[in-house]
Design a protein around this ligand. Structure first.
Ligand code: NAG
Ligand code: NAG
Length: 456
């Protein structure tokens, strides 16, 4: 759903939330640095000798238990991992710490379960490396912390946070349990009484593949509840960190997580239903609705034209053709002028000479609407979104002085794409999307579900 070209600029909220999550965990899980280091906060995290990782008493006293995981690959993969994580925390009655959304393919896993893949520990490590890189290079301006000592200590602590969360030191007492099962060995299942636990999965590497790729593993089912839940040795760990939670059907089997609807638990079933389609937050929905009611003010057609990114560049003609046909047929019905809402990655300056330019200049027959990144409506929604701070929270602690000392002028998240999708979900004269675009798919889904509600 994110633009493949520059996903990060599309959603600068993400690195900010990454920082918040990391700071949050710094508060809970911190290194106990021995005072033998003269260079305050500059010693490398990899030199484990000078650091003894341990949980703060506060983390344990909290009583609340957490789960996190390592996002990787493209946005859709990451979304699939997120959904699996939600199911797992539902089963384990833990709180999910949502990792940041990473750049498109910034972290790769490998082809699971067929070939060599990256170990859970290493995936977690690369995720945090990337997160720190993003925080330092693009999002939080570390330079605006005047105190250089604090600056280097913040970036050092970010590194420590990462290596602790990645389970580089393995599991640590009641503090962190690093899950090292991956898709080579394990298919996570959920059957309340675990009666199918330890069963061999139907997909196993065949001999030929084993020899060719030098892999040797046996894939077994493991019950999430039985292995990691109450009564297991993992139960007491405050934070459970998984590697990849990506899964998809492969050769009649699930790659890594096979938790499905046949389960009888009502609470679990309703959770399953809720994550099928994850709606945008209210601030985005309201902005879209407002644009429809106050600016377009008429029945309209929505056109989503993906013209520049990757493969779509080669299909511009076909993309315009679909829209042209639809509009011609509407013209024949004679409902003029036709109101059209356009969302596209082609910058407004480049519309001249395309079909969009034609539509704009024919003011008698068409009324063309569109939104821009800097429109008041979009910016206002972003400000509101930041103010509400969905799901972001701090636990008060002396360490929060770090967060207070960051510059207060945060960059606003770019919500344009999401507000546009919301507008299109309400287009009563129809929707023309770009074939093969995940954005178009999402709008279709919103239209299907939204049309039955009172939303538009
Ligand atoms: C889930 O955990 C919370 C504590 O974090 C506890 O209060 C609650 O009773 C638990 N619910 C179930 C269904 O076990
Ligand atoms: C858009 O227009 C600008 C200036 O007119 C030009 O430099 C740029 O290459 C154009 N972009 C595309 C995608 O056509």
């Amino acid at each position: 759903m994110l633009s493949k070209r520059k996903p990060l600029y599309r959603f600068p909220l993400i690195p900010v939330s990454a920082l918040i999550i990391c700071l949050f965990f710094l508060v809970l899980y911190h290194y106990h640095a021995k005072p033998d280091s003269q260079f305050h906060g500059l010693s490398k995290t990899s030199s484990t000798s000078s650091h003894t990782p341990r949980c703060s008493g506060q983390a344990l006293a909290l009583g609340e238990k957490f789960v996190s995981y390592a996002p990787h690959s493209g946005f859709s993969n990451q979304l699939s991992e997120f959904k699996n994580a939600v199911l797992i925390v539902g089963i384990l009655n833990r709180t999910l710490v949502v990792p940041p959304i990473l750049d498109h393919h910034a972290v790769a896993l490998g082809s699971c379960p067929k070939f060599r893949i990256v170990d859970p520990k290493d995936v977690r490590m690369s995720v945090w490396d990337h997160v720190i890189e993003v925080i330092q290079s693009r999002s939080i301006d570390l330079a605006c912390i005047k105190d250089t000592k604090l600056q280097s200590s913040v970036s050092e602590r970010l590194k420590q946070c990462g290596s602790l969360l990645a389970g580089v030191h393995g599991s640590i007492g009641k503090c962190i349990y690093a899950v090292n099962e991956d898709c080579r060995t394990t298919v996570w299942t959920y059957h309340k009484y675990g009666h199918e636990d330890d069963k061999l999965d139907s997909f196993q590497a065949d001999e030929q593949l084993k020899q060719k790729k030098k892999i040797s593993y046996v894939r077994r089912w493991k019950d999430v509840f039985k292995t990691l839940g109450p009564g297991s040795e993992v139960e007491s760990a405050s934070l459970l960190v998984f590697g990849s939670l990506f899964s998809a059907a492969y050769k009649g089997s699930e790659l890594h997580v096979d938790i499905h609807e046949s389960h009888q638990d009502q609470r679990f079933l309703s959770l399953m239903k809720k994550i099928k389609r994850i709606p945008f937050v209210l601030e985005i929905m309201i902005a879209g609705k407002q644009f429809v009611k106050e600016t377009i003010k008429a029945p309209f057609l929505c056109a989503q034209l993906r013209l520049l990114d990757g493969q779509f560049k080669n299909h511009q003609k076909a993309t315009f053709h679909g829209l042209r046909q639809k509009i011609e047929s509407m013209r024949k019905e004679g409902l003029l002028p036709i109101h059209i809402f356009i969302m596209t990655d082609l910058p407004g300056d480049n519309w001249t000479g395309t079909y969009l330019g034609d539509l704009i200049s024919d003011k008698r027959n068409y009324k063309v609407h569109f939104l821009k990144e800097n429109d008041k409506l979009v910016r206002r929604a972003a400000v509101k979104l930041m103010a509400v701070g969905h799901g972001q929270r701090f636990i008060s602690n002396s360490d929060t002085s770090i967060s207070k000392r960051y510059c207060s002028s945060q960059r606003l998240p770019d919500l344009l794409l999401y507000v546009e999708q919301t507008v299109c979900s309400c287009a009563s004269l129809g929707f023309i999307g770009t074939p093969g675009s995940t954005i178009a798919e999402n709008i279709e889904l919103m239209r299907k579900i939204g049309s039955s509600s009172q939303y538009c």
